[in-house]
Design a protein around this ligand. Structure first.
Ligand code: NDP
Length: 246
């Protein structure tokens, strides 16, 4: 295992679910954390919890807004600018409707967050990694990028795009030591389903009935494992399912 102590790790979507669990896992490894999301109060709550273990910097930004991304990253204090590990985790699904009946605003939100958000973060942070000749981008994709399910249409398309972007970036970085990993989870119990159903908690709970879903910590363990391999080892893609999923 390679140490991640003192590495600067930027996690998008750190205010909840998988992103928050990654923050806790990387804090245990003594990495320095930049926590990113829109809900600053949630980030600060988590930062308070982790500050006894490691150094934490909170950054409130909307990954869909390239100007917000650019100005927030430019505002980072000097000692936080050399990001070693970027975890592109912010993402969401909206609705579970037939393509020809769905809410167009829902599509835009998924495309803007899951694809454009990941692209903006990557575009702003990877040049520094190439320049410093070290770095790791870990994209949180989904089983939805491999299998389309009924009503999943646009969400599945965005996660198929994440897969293609991970592959493309890997090719672009081939002659450099910068690594790219795609971690593609199956069903994980987080706030994801509540967001999908616009806060309908009862409908969200039904998604997990009769199965044992993955936990956010299960995925954070895997992400940490990928990040802590020796520098010449690149775990390219990992699909992580619950035993109830095929
Ligand atoms: P959560 O809803 O618990 O967390 C989503 C995170 O993304 C929140 O921290 C939210 O923060 C952040 N986020 C959403 N939109 C934006 C935005 N525009 N700008 C900045 N941050 C944003 O869901 P999960 O933890 O489950 O999801 C994390 C990732 O895992 C997503 O990419 C999801 O697609 C993927 N995934 C999830 C699965 C599951 O079953 N849960 C399965 C497979 C993949 P805030 O609202 O504060 O901005």
């Amino acid at each position: 295992m390679a140490s991640i102590q003192d590495k600067i790790v930027l996690i998008t979507g750190a205010s909840s679910g998988i992103g928050a669990a990654c923050a806790k896992a990387f804090a245990q490894g003594k990495a320095k954390l930049i926590l990113v999301a829109r809900r600053l109060e949630r980030l600060e709550e988590l930062a308070n919890e982790l500050k006894h273990t490691t150094q934490v910097h909170c950054l409130s930004l909307d990954v869909c807004d390239r100007f917000s991304v650019e100005s927030a990253l430019k505002s980072l204090p000097e000692s936080w600018t050399n990001v070693d590990i970027l975890i592109n985790n912010a993402g969401l699904s909206r609705g579970l409707d037939k393509l020809y009946e769905a809410n167009i605003q829902d599509w835009e939100e998924m495309i803007d967050t899951n694809i454009k958000g990941l692209l903006y973060m990557t575009r702003f942070l990877v040049p520094g990694m190439v320049h410093r000749e070290r770095g790791h981008i870990i994209n949180i994709g989904s089983i939805a990028g491999h299998q389309t399910y009924p009503g999943g249409n646009v969400y599945c398309a965005t996660k198929a795009a994440v897969r293609a972007l991970s592959e493309g970036l890997k090719m672009d970085l081939l002659a450099t030591p910068v690594r790219v990993t795609s971690v593609d989870p199956g069903m994980v119990e987080t706030e994801f389903s509540q967001v999908r159903f616009h806060g309908d908690i009862e409908r969200a709970k039904k998604v997990y009935q009769g199965i044992t879903p993955l936990t956010a910590e299960d995925i954070a363990d895997i992400v940490f494992f990928c990040a802590s391999r020796p520098p010449h080892v690149n775990i390219s893609e990992l699909v992580v399912l619950t035993t109830d999923q095929s």
